[in-house]
Design a binder for this molecule. Structure first.
Ligand SMILES: *[C@@H]1O[C@H](CO)[C@@H](O)[C@H](O)[C@H]1NC(C)=O
Length: 629
C-alpha cells in the first residue's frame, strides 16, 4: 500500500496546480456539531447543499474558471456544489426563522452564505437543506420498544438456558448424556452458549472436510477483502478533507484503487461453493438410494430459511429501530436514510427478494448477497431434482447453461452500453447513489448477474464428487497444467484490465463482463479441485492454516454484520476525514478487528441456535458421506 502511495506521488500531474486548487471554496465545511447542540432552544444545525455561480457571469473570475476546469470531469467532485454543515445561531446569526420549510428561512440562509462567498465573487442557491434542533429526530416508538423487549427477552432466555446447561454439565457424565437426549435437553443445548461454543470450536472431521479444507481459508481471506472494499466505499461516501486525493485516484487508477469497482466478481466464489456443496450432498443422497423428490427439496429449502433468517432479522431490525437512536453527529442524514429504507422494506429482506422488489431502496445494501444466494439455491435445488435422475445429462446441461449465461450477459450489457466497472464518480459514491443506478443491479445484485458462479459450482461439484476417490493427477504435466490454468485464469481476470483497455467500446466492455465471472469461477474451481487432490504446496498450506477453519465458521455473520459498525462510524463522525492509504489500512484493520469478535457473539446467540433449530424442525437425514469402500 505504501509503495503504491509513493508511486502515486510521482505520477500525479494535472492541468490545475495545487495553488489553484486551493483557491477554490472548500468542498466540505463542517461546523462544530456538539457545541451547537448545547445551545438548547437556540440550537439549529443544518446540512446544506449550496450551488454557487459567479456574481458576474459575463466576466467570471479566475476561481470560477478553476472550479469549471476541475469539475468538468465526472471522476471529480462538483466543486460548485458546496456541502456546508452549519450551526445556524453561530455561523448565520442573522437568520431569524428556524424552520427549514419556511421560504423566509431559505432566503435568510442564502443571504448568509452569499455573504460568505462574496469575496470569491460567487453567490448561489440552496439546493437541499435538512435541519435539526437539539431534540432527537426520532422519538422512541412502539416498534422500537417491542423490538427491544423481544431482544432483551431472548438474551435473558439464552443466558438462563446456558446457565442451566452449565449446572447440568457439572453432574455426572451419564446424567448429562441422558439429559441431552431428552426433549428438554435438546432445546437447552440448541440455545446454550457453552454447547454452541463447543460446536464452534470443534474441527469437523471426515474425508470431505479434509479435502475441501482450503475453501475455509479462501472464505476468510475473501471476507477480509470484502470488508476492505466496504471500508474504502465508506471513506469516500463521507465528507473528506482532501478531495483531491480521491480525484487523483480516479484520474490515475492503479490496481488497488480499481479493485473496489472491478472486483465485484470475487463473491462468485461463494455462490460457486454453495451449489458445489448442494450437488455433493444431493448426489450422496441418491447414492444412498434415498429419494430426492419435491418434498425433500421443499424441506431443505425451509430448513435453510429457518437457519439464515433470524440473524438477518436481527441486523435489519436493528437498522429499522435502534440504529436511528445512536448519538449521530453532523452526518445524521446517512443514518436516517438507512433507517427509513429499513422501516419500509425490512420484510423484503425476510423473504430474500430485496434485490428485485423496490431494489433502489434496499435495506442493508450488502444483504443483496444473501438474497442472490438464496435464489440460486432454490433454482439449483429444483434443477437438480430433475437432473439427478439422468446423471449423464448433468454436465451437458451445465455447459448449455453457462453458454446461455455468457450470451445473455453480453446482450444485456451491450444493450445498456455499460462500462465494465462500477461507477466511482465521487458525487455518486458520496451520495450513495451507486445502488440507485440500474448498472449496479444488472452487474451485481440481481440474480442473473452472478449466475456463472452457481452454474459452474454445479459442474465442479459434480466432477469433484465423481473423482474424489480417484487419482486424477497421474503425470507431472497434469500438475503443471493445473497450476497454469487455475492461476492463469485468476491472473487474467485480475490483471488483464491493467494492460489492455477493456472499455474501448461498449462491445469490448460487454465481452469482458460476460467473460470475467466464468473465467474467475473456472480458476477458483480448478484451484479447489486440485487442492482436494492434494496439489497446491505452500498455497494450500496457507489456506489450510488451522485458525482459518474456526474463523471461516464466522464468515456469514462477519459478512452481514460488519457494515453495522461502518454505518455507526459514519454516524459518529464529527469532522471530515483525511483519507489516504494509511487511514484506509488502519480503518480496515479496525473494521476487521471489530467484525470478527462481534461475529462470535452473533454466531453464538443467533446463527448457531437457528441452525440447530432448523436441524430439529426438519430432520433431513444428515448427509454424512461414507466412503464406499
Ligand atoms: C414551517 O414552515 C412551513 C411553511 O411555511 C409551515 O407550513 C410550517 O407550519 C412551519 N413549521 C413550524 C413548526 O412553524
Amino acid at each position: 500500500m505504501i509503495l503504491l502511495w509513493i508511486a502515486h506521488l510521482l505520477v500525479v500531474i494535472s492541468a490545475v496546480t495545487d495553488e489553484q486548487y486551493a483557491s477554490m471554496p472548500k468542498l466540505f465545511e463542517v461546523d462544530d456539531y456538539d457545541t451547537c447542540m448545547m445551545l438548547g432552544k437556540k440550537s439549529f444545525y443544518c446540512s446544506v447543499s449550496y450551488r454557487v455561480v459567479p456574481l458576474n457571469a459575463e466576466n467570471p473570475t479566475e476561481i470560477w474558471k478553476i472550479i469549471k476546469e476541475v469539475s468538468s470531469s465526472e471522476l471529480h467532485y462538483q466543486h460548485d456544489l458546496l456541502r456546508r454543515l452549519i450551526c445556524i445561531p453561530q455561523t448565520c446569526p442573522n437568520v431569524q426563522v428556524y424552520n427549514e420549510s419556511d421560504p423566509i428561512f431559505l432566503k435568510e440562509l442564502t443571504n448568509c452564505l452569499d455573504e460568505d462567498y462574496k469575496k470569491m465573487e460567487l453567490h448561489g442557491t440552496v439546493e437541499e437543506v435538512h435541519c435539526k434542533s437539539s431534540n432527537p429526530i426520532y422519538e422512541i416508538d412502539t416498534i422500537d420498544l417491542i423490538t427491544a423487549a423481544v431482544f432483551i427477552f431472548y438474551m435473558v432466555f439464552v443466558l438462563a438456558v446456558s446457565f442451566y446447561d452449565m449446572i447440568r454439565r457439572n453432574k455426572t457424565y451419564e446424567d448429562y448424556t441422558k439429559f441431552k437426549q431428552s426433549n428438554c435437553g435438546k432445546l437447552v443445548t440448541t440455545f446454550s452458549i457453552p454447547s454452541n461454543w463447543n460446536k464452534l470450536t470443534s474441527t469437523p472431521t471426515g474425508p470431505d472436510f479434509e479435502k475441501l479444507r482450503g475453501v475455509q481459508g479462501i472464505r476468510v481471506y475473501m471476507t477480509i477483502v470484502v470488508i476492505g472494499v466496504h471500508t474504502a466505499v465508506a471513506l469516500v461516501a463521507s465528507p473528506i478533507l482532501n478531495p483531491r486525493y480521491t480525484e487523483n485516484m480516479n484520474d490515475f487508477p492503479d490496481f488497488a484503487s480499481e479493485f473496489p469497482r472491478r472486483g465485484v466478481y470475487i463473491l462468485t466464489f461463494h455462490f460457486m461453493m454453495s451449489t458445489w456443496m448442494l450437488i455433493n450432498s444431493m448426489l450422496a443422497k441418491v447414492d444412498r438410494n434415498e429419494e430426492v423428490d419435491f418434498k425433500f427439496v421443499m424441506k431443505s429449502l425451509l430448513k435453510r430459511y429457518v437457519r439464515f433468517t433470524p440473524t438477518v432479522a436481527l441486523i435489519v431490525g436493528f437498522f429499522a429501530t435502534w440504529f436511528r437512536h445512536i448519538p449521530a453527529g453532523p452526518f445524521w442524514l446517512a443514518v436516517c436514510e438507512e433507517t427509513e429504507r429499513c422501516r419500509k422494506n425490512w420484510w423484503l429482506n425476510m423473504f430474500f427478494v430485496q434485490n428485485h422488489i423496490d431494489r433502489y431502496n434496499m435495506c442493508h445494501i450488502v444483504s443483496w448477497f444473501l438474497a442472490v444466494e438464496m435464489q440460486y439455491y432454490i433454482i439449483a435445488s429444483l434443477l437438480l431434482m430433475i437432473l439427478l435422475k439422468n446423471r449423464h445429462r448433468i454436465l451437458p446441461v451445465i455447459g448449455f447453461l453457462i453458454v446461455l449465461n455468457m450470451f445473455f450477459t453480453f446482450l444485456d450489457h451491450r444493450r445498456h452500453g455499460y462500462p465494465s466497472t462500477l461507477s466511482s464518480k465521487p458525487e455518486e459514491v458520496f451520495r450513495v447513489l451507486f445502488n440507485k443506478r440500474p448498472q449496479w443491479h444488472d452487474h451485481f445484485a440481481s440474480y442473473h448477474a452472478s449466475a456463472a458462479g452457481s452454474i459452474l459450482g454445479l459442474g465442479f461439484g459434480y466432477v469433484y464428487y465423481e473423482t474424489r476417490d480417484k487419482t486424477i493427477f497421474t503425470k507431472k504435466i497434469h500438475v503443471i497444467l493445473w497450476w497454469i490454468l487455475s492461476l492463469g485464469f485468476l491472473g487474467l481476470v485480475s490483471f488483464f484490465p491493467s494492460f489492455y483497455n477493456v472499455d474501448q467500446t461498449p462491445t469490448h466492455s460487454a465481452i469482458w463482463v460476460a467473460l470475467t465471472r466464468p473465467l474467475y469461477a473456472a480458476g477458483m474451481g480448478l484451484l479447489v479441485l486440485g487442492m482436494a487432490h492434494g496439489q497446491g504446496g505452500y498455497l494450500r498450506r496457507m489456506l489450510e492454516w488451522g485458525p482459518l477453519n474456526g474463523l471461516a465458521k464466522l464468515s456469514y455473520c462477519v459478512y452481514i454484520g460488519h457494515t453495522v459498525f461502518q454505518n455507526i462510524r459514519v454516524g459518529m463522525m464529527r469532522t471530515p476525514e483525511f483519507v489516504n492509504q494509511y487511514t484506509f489500512v488502519t480503518h480496515m484493520l479496525s473494521d476487521v478487528a471489530i467484525a470478527f469478535p462481534a461475529a462470535v457473539w452473533l454466531t453464538l446467540f443467533f446463527e448457531m441456535p437457528s441452525n440447530e433449530l432448523a436441524n430439529m424442525m426438519f430432520k433431513v437425514k444428515k448427509n454424512v458421506e461414507k466412503k464406499k469402500n
